[in-house]
Design a protein around this ligand. Structure first.
Ligand code: APR
Length: 236
């Protein structure tokens, strides 16, 4: 831990990458761990364009449920620690796979949401995107003013990540002197390629996860534990 704290203190350009694990202590289920969403539901049935085309009502019911969970959740000490680290680092970028918006609520500023945002809706017909925080809509699936069907503004399996966001995430990893990877199983690409990219570009990479992941053998320091406990210590 001491080495990792040194690396962060000495770095003026830092990138952080987070996954569902950083929101676990806010009461939001992860996808793959024990109690994870993919234990209860099948991703193919809820998180693909085909699933939405087949049954938009079912997919929206799942997203309304998640929106309810997230609306009732609060950022935890892990989210706040990353906002604190950003406040004192000249060049800081937070790349998150999470769509829950808890980093925004914890005060993080420079956030790249590579898998979109659960509070954004996008019209299938006119393409218009808007922030919509409602937990229920007059009808399901909700409709755009143009009459088109609205979908969640998130990236589903098999879909492209937003190109400008993805390029900014890659650039942040190439430029970083240090990287903190917290709460991701590192099995979903292309996000899972970001830590190896930062490492190959010379960054010191620190992982925070209660379990080992495919990254653990590659990183400079793999801290076993919960983000809400380790991150505050790491950035203290
Ligand atoms: N603190 C830190 N890490 C934790 C904690 C915690 N308290 N609890 C669990 N974890 C770790 C787990 O060990 C696991 O490695 O968080 C990770 C969660 O992994 P996933 O559930 O696979 O979440 P994530 O890596 O974000 O998934 C990537 O997959 O389903 C898609 O689009 C979805 O963005 C998601 C992507």
């Amino acid at each position: 831990m001491e080495r990792a704290r040194e690396w962060l203190r000495g770095a003026s350009t830092i990138v952080a990458l987070t996954g569902a694990g950083i929101s676990a202590e806010s009461g939001i289920p992860t996808f793959r761990g024990s109690g994870g969403l993919w234990r209860e539901f099948r991703p193919e049935e809820l998180a693909t364009p085909q699933a939405f085309a087949r049954d938009p009502k079912l997919v929206w019911e799942w997203y309304f449920w998640r929106r309810g969970l997230i609306a009732a959740a609060e950022p935890n000490a892990g989210h706040y620690a990353l906002a604190e680290l950003e406040a004192r680092t000249p060049h800081f970028t937070l790349v998150t796979q999470n769509v829950d918006g808890l980093h925004d609520r914890a005060g993080s500023r420079n956030i790249l949401k590579v898998h979109g945002d659960i509070w954004i809706v996008r019209c299938l017909a006119c393409g218009r995107e808007s922030l919509d925080k409602r937990l229920e809509f007059p009808e399901t699936p909700p409709r755009c003013e143009c009459g088109g069907t609205l979908r969640p503004g998130v990236v589903w399996f098999g879909e492209m990540l937003p190109p400008d966001v993805w390029m900014a995430a890659e650039r942040a990893c190439v430029e970083a002197e240090a990287m903190v990877v917290a709460g991701t199983s590192a099995v979903v690409y292309p996000a899972a390629a970001l830590a190896p990219l930062a490492k190959s570009a010379g960054a010191r990479v620190i992982e925070v996860n209660p379990e080992a992941t495919p990254l653990s053998g590659l990183v400079d320091c793999s801290l076993r534990g919960k983000a809400a406990e380790i991150l505050p210590e790491l950035v203290a």
